[in-house]
Design a protein. Sequence first.
Length: 94
Amino acid sequence: MHTAGPFIWRFKAIKKADIDKYDVIVINLGTNDWGVTSETFKEKYHAYLADLKTYYPNLKTIILMTPFCGTKAEEIRQVVSEENDPRVILCDSA
């Protein structure tokens, strides 16, 4: 994905003492990823979620939004299904 990778470093800037304060995270990616193949997008999204789950082990809910414009909406739906994790929830806004 064009946008997700550079933002992982921001998670690492949060103090370790503050990490347990977060129990819900909302992700709205895909709008600018129209030029990426479906398989690459899903692969990178799964990797992004794995990083989030590793860095925020106490997350209770991870909400994945589909972009309002619908770009990569089907791929995001598939990622939610493939994650097979009750914490990962789809917010279909497309």
